[in-house]
Design a protein around this ligand. Structure first.
Ligand SMILES: [Zn+2]
Length: 538
C-alpha cells in the first residue's frame, strides 16, 4: 500500500491547535507534526503532496441525506431554474437531443414551479408535455414533491384512464371536457412515480456513483443516507454492496426507513442490524418520519399554525405505532433516527425515547433529524437521555423567510437553536438532506456561522445569539457525524489511527470573516489515503 506525506499545510486538529504535516499510510493517518517530524518518520519512497500553506480539515460527514436520490436529481431533467413554460419545454428538448434516450425510456424531470413562470401563470399540463415528446413517457415533479404532471404516453403506461378513480388523499386532474390534464397530486402520484422509481440494479449503481462523484467534489467523504426504504430495498442494498466493492468514493452508513412493522421485521430477520457491514457500507439506525414539512404546513405543531389556525400539521405515526417501531429497533440493538420538524413531533419522539432509554443513558445513540421548531425547554430535554440532534443549518436559507409567519415570532426565536444545543453539550451533527438542499458543506457552514440566507440576509443574522463559531461548526460536520455512526475513534479527526479522509481548502476558513466563507473552494478530497477529487487549476 502507499505512503503519502502532506506537508506545508495548516492541518486542523482541534480548537486552536493546528499542525504542519501528516503522514498517511495504508489509508490511515500515522503521524501528525512539523514537516521535519513527519518527513523523518516516512519511508524514502513516500509520495509528497505540497499543500502550499493551505488549510486541511477532516473529510466532511453529512449526517442525513439521500445519496441515491441525489444521483437521480443530478441525472434527471432539472427544471428548478425554469422561469417560463417555454423554458421547461426547451430544457427537456435539449436534454433529449443531448442524451438521445431510446424511445420508451421514462424521462423524469424535477423542480418546476408555476409561481416562477412569467409567460403563463398556470400549472404544466399533458398538452405541454406531449409537445416535448410523444415517444418517451414524461413525468415532471413539481418543486414541492407533492404534485406531478405526466404526458399521454406515461399515463397510458401507468394504466390511467379518464375514468380512473383517485385513491383516498389523492387527486387526478381533468380538463373541462373530462379528459385527463396530466396533473396528479399526493397519493394519486404512485403509479406514475413507479414508472421511474423502480430502477434496475445497473441504473441504481450508476446513480450512486454519480452522487459519490458530487460528494467527492464538495469534500464530503462520508454520508449517512436514507435510501433503503419500502418496496425496492433489496435492489438498493445490492447496488450499494457492489459499489462499495469497486473503488467507492464515499463511505456510506444507512439510515434504513421502514414505517411498517411487518416489513421492518423482515429486514431485521435477515440480519441487517446496526453496525453490520464494512467501513464503506454499513447498516445504521432505523429511520422514521413522524411529521411533514414547515413549508407545506404539515410539520406537527403543539399550537395551530400562526398563518393558518385551522391546522396543527400532520402526525404521520400514532403514539402506539411509534412506540412499536422504536421498541422493535431498540430490542434488536438498533438505534433510531427520526424525522421531526414541528415542536409536537419533537416532543412525541422524546417521549418515545423516554420509554427505551434508562438511567439517562442512550447506548444506541437514538437521535432526531431536523429538530427545527422548538422552545428552550424542549431543547433542554435532549440532555436528559443524551439524544442526538442531526440538523441542517442550510435550511435557514429558505426557512428564515417563512418561519415567523408559520409559527409566530416568539417560537421562531427559539427554533433552529443550534447555539443553545452546543452550549448544552448536545451531540449535534450537520447534514443537508440532499437533494432537498445541495450537499455543499461550505454553504451549510456559512448558514451555521452567519444564520443568514446565502444572500447574507437578514443582515446580522436570524437570532444571531444562536450562531456557532467556525470551530464548533466544523466539529459538528466531522467529529459529531462520526459519533452518530459510532466511529468517533477512527473518523472525523486527523490524528494517528484515524482514517485518512480529508479535504484541502482554498481558504483558511478559521481566520477569514464569516461573511466571506462562501469564497472557499474544495481543492482536493482524500478518502482512505487516496485522492478522489483534485480541482483543476487548484
Ligand atoms: Zn431526508
Amino acid at each position: 500500500m502507499s505512503t503519502t506525506i502532506i506537508r506545508n499545510a495548516k492541518v486542523y486538529i482541534e480548537r486552536g491547535r493546528f499542525e504542519e504535516a501528516l503522514l498517511i499510510e495504508d489509508g490511515f493517518v500515522r503521524k501528525v507534526g512539523t514537516n521535519a517530524e513527519v518527513e523523518a518518520a516516512a519511508p524514502a519512497d513516500a509520495k509528497v503532496y505540497d499543500a502550499k500553506g493551505r488549510t486541511v480539515v477532516p473529510g466532511f460527514i453529512d449526517s442525513h441525506q439521500h445519496l441515491l436520490n441525489t444521483g437521480v436529481a443530478l441525472s434527471d431533467i432539472r427544471l428548478h431554474a425554469a422561469t417560463a413554460i417555454a423554458e421547461v419545454k426547451q430544457i427537456a428538448r435539449d436534454y433529449i437531443a443531448e442524451r438521445k434516450p431510446a424511445a420508451g425510456t421514462v424521462l423524469h424531470g424535477m423542480g418546476w414551479n408555476q409561481d416562477y413562470f412569467t409567460d403563463e401563470h398556470r400549472l404544466l399540463t399533458v398538452r405541454d408535455l406531449d409537445e416535448i415528446s410523444t415517444e418517451h413517457p414524461l413525468v415532471f415533479e413539481r418543486a414541492c414533491g407533492h404534485m406531478l404532471v405526466a404526458n399521454t404516453l406515461a399515463m397510458k403506461l401507468a394504466g390511467i384512464t379518464p375514468e380512473t378513480v383517485p385513491p383516498e388523499g389523492g387527486m387526478i386532474g381533468h380538463f373541462e371536457d373530462g379528459s385527463l390534464n396530466g396533473i396528479f397530486a399526493e397519493n394519486a402520484r404512485a403509479p406514475l412515480l413507479a414508472l421511474f422509481r423502480n430502477k434496475s440494479l445497473e441504473d441504481t449503481m450508476r446513480l450512486i456513483r454519480v452522487a459519490m462523484k458530487h460528494a467527492a467534489e464538495t469534500g464530503v467523504t462520508s454520508v449517512q443516507t436514507c435510501d433503503i426504504r419500502g418496496g425496492s430495498w433489496r435492489t438498493t442494498m445490492e447496488a450499494y454492496e457492489r459499489v462499495a466493492a469497486d473503488h467507492p468514493l464515499t463511505r456510506v452508513y444507512h439510515q434504513s426507513s421502514f414505517m411498517n412493522p411487518a416489513e421492518y421485521k423482515e429486514f431485521l430477520d435477515e440480519g441487517h442490524v446496526m453496525g453490520k457491514g464494512t467501513p464503506f457500507n454499513r447498516f445504521g439506525p432505523l429511520k422514521l418520519f413522524v411529521d411533514g414539512s414547515l413549508g407545506a404546513r404539515t410539520a406537527y405543531m403543539r399550537q395551530p399554525y400562526h398563518d393558518d389556525p385551522t391546522t396543527r400539521g400532520i402526525p404521520t405515526l400514532t403514539v402506539e405505532e411509534l412506540d412499536t417501531l422504536v421498541g422493535m429497533a431498540d430490542s434488536h440493538g438498533c438505534g433510531v433516527a427520526i424525522h421531526a420538524i414541528g415542536d409536537a413531533a419533537v416532543e412525541g419522539v422524546l417521549n418515545a425515547y423516554d420509554k427505551v432509554c434508562h438511567d439517562g443513558l442512550n447506548p444506541l445513540r437514538h437521535g432526531i433529524i431536523h429538530v427545527q421548531i422548538t422552545d428552550i425547554p424542549l431543547v433542554e430535554r435532549f440532555t436528559k437521555n443524551h439524544i442526538l440532534a442531526l440538523v441542517q443549518p442550510i435550511f435557514l436559507h429558505y426557512d428564515t423567510q417563512i418561519v415567523e409567519a408559520r409559527v409566530g415570532k416568539e417560537l421562531a426565536a427559539t427554533s433552529y437553536a443550534f447555539g443553545t444545543m452546543k452550549k448544552l453539550g448536545i451531540h449535534m451533527s450537520f447534514g443537508t438532506d440532499s437533494p432537498i438542499e445541495d450537499m455543499n458543506p461550505i454553504d451549510n457552514l456559512y448558514c451555521a456561522v452567519t444564520r443568514t440566507n446565502l444572500k447574507g440576509l437578514p443582515e446580522g443574522g436570524f437570532h444571531p445569539e444562536e450562531c456557532l463559531d467556525i470551530y464548533d461548526a466544523v466539529d459538528a460536520y466531522t467529529r459529531e457525524g462520526a459519533y452518530a455512526s459510532f466511529e468517533e475513534d477512527v473518523k472525523g479527526r486527523l490524528l494517528p489511527g484515524y482514517y485518512a479522509d480529508l479535504v484541502v481548502l482554498s481558504e483558511d476558513i478559521f481566520t477569514m470573516p464569516a461573511q466571506e466563507l462562501r469564497r472557499t473552494k474544495v481543492d482536493a478530497t482524500m478518502v482512505a489515503g487516496e485522492f478522489v477529487f483534485e480541482r483543476e487549476g487548484a
